[in-house]
Write a protein that binds this ligand. Structure first.
Ligand SMILES: O=C1C[C@@](O)(C(=O)O)C[C@@H](O)[C@@H]1O
Length: 903
């Protein structure tokens, strides 16, 4: 940095109230802490900043890791490691611990805090406002009036008191000069020992557009300067992705309310927060006292990834994720996990930003867990331990679901990493050209287990096909052990493909686009562990080798002839390379039809359509607790193996998912309901942040009282909506429904069914007897409305032509209406709500719902993640109205809005 550069920087630093920080230029390779925070400047280490005051350690690197080397000793000789107590950096918090957000101006901290406030039940404390309330001055004015050192002292006092006063139940937003003042840094770093302190980052362009003041180059320098400081004061990091121009343009279409652009940021942040506040790294007597930040993508989310059979993880190098227009869903497609592969380059600000941004992008666009993998020594000639660790720690700050750790590292270091993993599962990783019969592997396996890894991943280069036999012998040895952790194990390279196919856990695959690219061979040379298989090939081989069988699926119903489910599921099977078939069975006799299906050895499961959803309960021997609570099912799957004790498996038995895709005689039937999952997703998608559910005040309205109304009430209760009005033509049926759910909520079963935040106070049901009834005066106006009545004529009953009376839709913040049917789309209700779009009402219909409930059904049928976009697109493309007419412009608008949907 030139002197004039430095001067300009100091100027801009002043403008945004960041005290000038002098920074050490050189660093020791062993000291990854410095690697994470180097900015050229004057000679002083970041490690020294703030530590003068009380000698506490920084949290931007866990202390346990930091102490392995001495910063700034001027040599690269390693210092014997003295490990700090792991509890110092375990990132385990009290479940109600306050969260601090820090970062540059314009990164979106205040907006994110507002969004998260309701969902995490924490009040927002804005430090800038607090400073003003206490002193009567803004921080800028105070500084001008009383000088910089008085300003610093006052800031320190305000922050110190705030961190004590709001130790619990708050989201503290550090704006202005708060976080960068030296003493405030120390306070934050101490706070981070027991609380999440999250560094919010964003791309320079958006920050620039937001600030509209400093020149972009100044801002760039300021960011370079301040980012490492923020990192050192925080133990987590969230990259707040900006919307692209294309999605913003879409938001200005009259049919798409602008607030929906914020929804993606909200969802991505909530997903991240759910990792930070995961019950695994929070300690409290009652788990889940907060509404879930992330609903869990049923039903597979309940089965740990590593315990599912024949799962695939797509490996994508970081460089493929950095382009702005990368299509993550296309890359992820058909896989169970998304592995981000990172070269252990020096952790410059821009490399760190690439990592943070890519993790956020993947999190925003998929429901699959993220595996963070830094390429270890064996695959990277320019490997440096410090560089490797700085990359690894940086990734762990984003709280990925899994991260690999090189088992060649010293044991104390591995242990230190495991101890500060937060909710991330550590995969002990080793690639070595050692024979599978060698005791080496068993020793490594045992030590990984002893060091606290959750899984291991062993790979070796394969030269000959015989190597594939040797690996099976090693797998057998591990399977025979009484104490085990799941193992990923395969030979690499072209000759290793067969062993990779028969690896049961998280087989690595490569996106087709990368495999078919001209650079593939060169990439494979750079990373010899890179997969040679695509997901379609890995799936195909399981069927070609008779490990799996082609199965037959159905939709059974009185009007199944109209169903779009066959098209939707068949498209998904084809895209994933599964040889299954999905057919429709229109029938008036449920029992006879199902009995007939049970005689077919390849029967894989069936969707149950109207009017059989309640009747079908009697066909099951095992049923999910949700379906039992709702009192209706829409999915039946066969059970072919009983538990060892002869009992019939239920949803808690992993075997239920492990025996999918295998034919044979059927012993029992399992019933589930995925309609409520679909309704819940639609409500979440359409609900603006302003209408975020607040269990005490949010009100919902249900139209109808049949099987779908039951699923819709259940979805509302699961979301925390406890004030529910029901309107139905036959008032008596509405009353029966209200009584049923009132009793359910107070029954002993409620504890198992509803999250604890729903259990606190009883739900309250109101019956609206006629459209002229006023909205109950003690309830807030409804912001969630679900219409569960047919939209077309059924038998002799004409279509209801239902519209909402205007005095029921008086919410000032609008709301979401879900119309469940898809046969007729332009109903009086959907037209009415779309006309109200300007008042922030949004309408979702059956074409939104069908795929949402279908994803869960696909998972129950196949045990694999559903290819969501394929299914959504197919439903839109195949839809025709009752006269057989399609609506290309409607389809086009919806297709364009697709990538903004909940993944
Ligand atoms: O209600 C429905 C609609 C459906 O029956 C159809 O294909 O139309 C499929 C069912 O899974 C779902 O519960």
């Amino acid at each position: 940095m030139t002197p004039s550069h430095q001067a300009r920087l100091e100027e801009s630093v002043d403008e945004v109230q960041v005290p000038v920080i002098h920074i050490f230029t050189g660093y020791q390779l062993k000291d990854f802490e410095c690697m994470a925070s180097i900015v050229a400047g004057t000679k002083r280490a970041f490690a020294a900043l703030g530590e003068e005051r009380n000698g506490r350690v920084s949290l931007s690197t866990p202390p346990a890791l930091r102490q392995r080397s001495q910063p700034n000793s001027g040599t690269s000789t390693p210092v014997p490691a003295t490990l700090a107590s792991p509890s110092e950096c375990r990132r385990i918090f009290n479940s109600n611990a306050s969260i601090v957000l820090i970062g540059m101006h314009g990164t979106g901290k205040a907006t994110l805090a507002m969004m998260a406030s309701g969902a995490c039940r924490r009040r927002v404390v804005d430090m800038e406002n607090l400073f003003y309330n206490i002193t009567g001055f803004s921080t800028a004015k105070y500084r001008k009036q009383f000088g910089s050192s008085n300003h610093c002292l006052r800031q320190e006092e305000v922050l110190r008191n705030a961190l004590i006063t709001y130790d619990k139940g708050a989201i503290i937003v550090c704006n202005g000069g708060f976080p960068l003042d030296k003493t405030c840094q120390v306070l934050l770093r101490e706070f981070a020992l027991t609380h999440p302190v999250i560094h919010i980052t964003r791309d320079l362009r958006s920050v620039y557009q937001y600030l509209e003041t400093a020149a972009e180059s100044k801002l760039h320098d300021l960011l370079e300067l301040s980012t490492p400081v923020f990192r050192r004061c925080s133990n987590y990091e969230f990259y707040n992705l900006s919307e692209t121009n294309a999605t913003l343009a879409l938001a200005h279409q009259p049919s798409v309310p602008a607030f929906l652009t914020l929804k993606r940021a909200e969802r991505t942040f909530f997903k991240f927060l759910s990792r930070v506040l995961s019950p695994r790294n929070t300690h409290s007597k009652s788990k889940s006292v907060n509404p879930p930040l992330e609903p869990g993508h049923f039903p597979l989310s309940h089965v740990p990834l590593e315990l599912r059979h024949y799962t695939c993880a797509v490996q994508v190098p970081l460089s493929d994720l950095t382009p702005e227009d990368v299509d993550i869903e296309e890359l992820e497609f058909g896989c169970d996990a998304f592995e981000i592969v990172v070269d252990p380059l020096q952790l410059s600000t821009s490399h760190a930003e690439d990592i943070s941004k890519s993790i956020s992008k993947v999190r925003r666009s998929t429901v699959t867990p993220i595996i963070y993998h830094v390429m270890p020594a064996s695959t990277n000639s320019s490997y440096l331990e410090a560089s490797y660790i700085s990359n690894l720690w940086h990734g762990l700050r984003m709280a990925p679901e899994c991260a690999t750790v090189d088992l060649n590292l010293p044991e104390d270091l591995i242990q230190a990493i495991v101890s500060c993993r937060g909710s991330t599962k550590i995969i002990g990783h080793l690639h070595a050209a050692v024979d599978w019969y060698d005791a080496f592997w068993l020793e490594k396996y045992d030590s990984a287990m002893r060091l606290g890894c959750s899984l291991v991943r062993f790979t070796r280069p394969a030269n000959f096909m015989d190597d594939n036999a040797a690996i099976q012998s090693f797998r057998n040895t591990i399977n025979a052990k009484s104490q085990r952790i799941p193992m990923i194990c395969y030979n690499t390279g072209r000759a290793g493909r067969r062993s990779a196919c028969f690896n049961q856990v998280l087989t690595p695959v490569i996106p087709e686009t990368i495999r078919n690219s001209a650079t593939f061979e060169a990439r494979a040379q750079h990373n010899p562990e890179m997969s040679w298989l695509t997901v379609q090939e890995a799936t195909h081989i399981l069927y070609a080798s008779f490990t799996y069988d082609p199965m037959e699926f159905y939709v059974v119903g009185a009007s199944a002839g109209y169903s779009l489910s066959p098209a939707m599921h068949n498209a998904a099977y084809q895209a994933c390379g599964m040889p299954h078939r999905y057919n429709r069975l229109q029938t008036t006799t449920l029992h006879k039809t199902i009995q007939e299906l049970l005689r077919r050895p390849h029967f894989g499961g069936t969707a149950i359509s109207q009017p059989f959803k309640i009747e079908a309960m009697s066909l099951t021997q095992s049923i999910s607790r949700h379906a039992r609570a709702i009192g209706a099912i829409n999915t039946l799957i066969p059970i072919r193996h009983l538990n060892k004790d002869g009992s019939i498996p239920d949803a808690d038995d992993i075997e239920l998912f492990q025996e999918r895709n295998q034919s044979g005689p059927i012993k029992a039937l399992y019933g589930d309901n995925t309609d409520w999952i679909g309704v819940r997703s639609c409500i979440r998608r359409g609900l603006s942040p302003a209408n975020a559910v607040r269990p005490m005040t949010t009100s919902g309205l249900i139209i109808g009282s049949g099987g779908m109304a039951r699923a819709a009430i259940y979805a509302m209760l699961q979301l925390g909506i406890k004030n529910i009005a029901i309107f139905n033509r036959t008032v008596e049926n509405a009353r029966t429904l209200a009584t049923y759910f009132t009793e359910l909520a107070s029954s002993p079963a409620a504890a198992k069914i509803f999250p604890s935040f729903v259990q606190g106070s009883q739900p309250s049901f109101r019956i609206l007897e006629s459209r002229d009834d006023p909205w109950p005066s003690d309830l807030r106006a409804p912001t969630v409305i679900v219409s569960c009545i047919p939209t077309h004529a059924v038998g002799d009953n004409p279509s209801p032509q239902f519209k909402l009376p205007s005095h029921w839709i008086h919410s000032l913040t609008g709301g979401v209406v879900v119309e469940l049917a898809y046969r007729t789309l332009n109903t009086p209700l959907t037209k009415q709500i779309r006309e109200e779009a300007s008042k922030s009402w949004i309408c979702l219909d059956g074409l939104d719902l069908l795929p949402e409930q279908g994803f869960a059904q696909f998972e129950l049928f196949t045990g694999k993640r559903a290819p969501r976009r394929v299914m959504r697109e197919e439903v839109l493309r195949r839809w025709t109205d009752e006269e057989g007419q399609s609506n290309p412009s409607m389809v086009q608008t919806r297709l364009e809005a697709m990538d903004r949907q909940e993944p």
